[in-house]
Design a protein around this ligand. Structure first.
Ligand code: SAH
Length: 367
């Protein structure tokens, strides 16, 4: 199989074009077709000479995922289910603004992307890991989720204006879809660098949030990278007892180690941490839990994002009653923690965490 052209950085392409005796401005021409214009065929790149296009075609693939299903409406959460070349299914979710993560309401859009097919970490409440891990996504498969969504949601503008450079649709990126991003570290970083680059996706590093279930060594590694990516920790428990019950990864990297890695991240990057905390009835929603959670949040200057858990078919977990969630939030605020409670978007369209994929795979199996 060929490497996809959208797994390559500008530097990679420069080296390749140099070896081919192509002038450097050809790299910029190519990049304009790939990213701002988001074309999907070599033949569309009309200012590249034919022989060069042919050479590129022989050397690299130019893939786009197939849109298998789309749910939701333009002004609400939209969920995209993609089929990849090997027929694996992954999801991306486009969410209008996300004040919980970025602090202000606006008309901006956040895209949630996947990094693996399935997941190996087996968090007990999460649909993504129910069928285990299948493979890592390649950098271009991560990048293409953004481009393909932008193509889809700006397609009418493209036709109306007839312009080749179409408006962007994704302002913020959260790497919170299927898979554990830090377990696909190299490909994740390669993709995010392309999405972050001015010649590529043009999304600022501070508008990109990587979410992890708590891989402490990789958090330390990320702390040493030059980019200022935001980091979200899927905490879901502020004691080892609670975390061990719902997140097997905590046995490998218990809280003490996770927190030490987060401290390093905080020291290097500043206030870039969010704790995600799914509220599950009778598991982690008692008032007692707010104390260790507040202590951790204050120690790391982290915001806490409370998320009443979604019901997943086949799993026993229940979301707490609304007043329990509100009381949990109020208790954190009383302890001077910056916290938000997600009044969810997209619950009716299986927007959470691998649920659409799971349902579609079951339907495909039956058919
Ligand atoms: N592996 C990474 C990224 C994927 S999961 C990580 O663990 O962070 C990202 C988020 O999905 C979780 O933190 C949680 O916020 C959400 N999630 C998973 N299962 C959920 C459920 N049943 N209800 C609500 N949110 C869920």
């Amino acid at each position: 199989m060929l490497i996809d052209i959208k797994s390559l950085t500008r530097e990679d392409l420069k080296a390749r074009f140099k070896a081919w005796d192509q002038p450097e401005y050809r790299v910029n021409q190519l990049l304009r077709w790939l990213y701002p214009r988001r074309v999907t065929a070599w033949d569309a790149m009309t200012d590249l000479p034919g022989p060069l296009r042919e050479r590129l075609r022989q050397m690299y693939s130019l893939q786009t995922p197939e849109l298998l299903r789309k749910q939701g409406s333009r002004d609400a959460t939209q969920k995209f289910l993609w089929r990849l070349h090997d027929h694996s299914l992954v999801e991306s979710v486009l969410i209008p603004a996300n004040p919980a993560l970025y602090g202000d309401a606006s008309d901006r859009q956040t895209l949630c992307i996947s990094t693996q097919v399935g997941c190996a970490y087996g968090c007990k409440f999460c649909a993504s890991g129910l069928d285990g891990w299948k493979r890592n996504l390649t950098p271009d498969e991560i990048v293409e989720q953004v481009l393909a969504v932008e193509r889809d949601v700006t397609s009418d503008k493209w036709q109306v204006t007839g312009k080749q450079i179409v408006p962007r649709a994704v302002d913020n990126l959260v790497v919170m879809g299927m898979g554990e991003p830090l377990a696909n570290y190299e490909n994740l970083l390669a993709a995010l660098r392309i999405l972050n680059a001015p010649w590529g996706g043009g999304i600022g590093a501070r508008k990109i949030t990587i979410s992890t279930c708590g891989l402490a060594p990789q958090i330390r590694r990320l702390a040493d990278e030059p980019e200022q990516f935001r980091l979200a920790i899927s905490l879901h428990g502020a004691t080892d007892a609670v975390r061990n019950r719902i997140m097997p990864v905590n046995r490998k990297y218990p809280l003490k180690e996770l927190v030490a890695a987060c401290e390093q991240y905080q020291a290097k990057k500043g206030r870039m941490l969010t704790f995600e905390y799914i509220l599950i009835a009778g598991v982690n929603d008692s008032m007692e839990q707010t104390r260790p959670l507040a202590i951790l949040a204050k120690k790391l200057f982290a915001k806490v994002n409370l998320i009443p858990c979604n019901q997943i078919v086949g799993l026993p977990w229940q979301r707490p009653a609304d007043d329990v969630c509100e009381a949990f939030l109020a208790a954190l605020e009383r302890q001077n923690v910056a916290a938000t409670l997600r009044r969810e978007k997209g619950r009716d369209i299986d927007a959470a965490c691998g649920q659409l994929r799971l349902k579609t795979e079951k339907q495909l199996l039956k058919a």
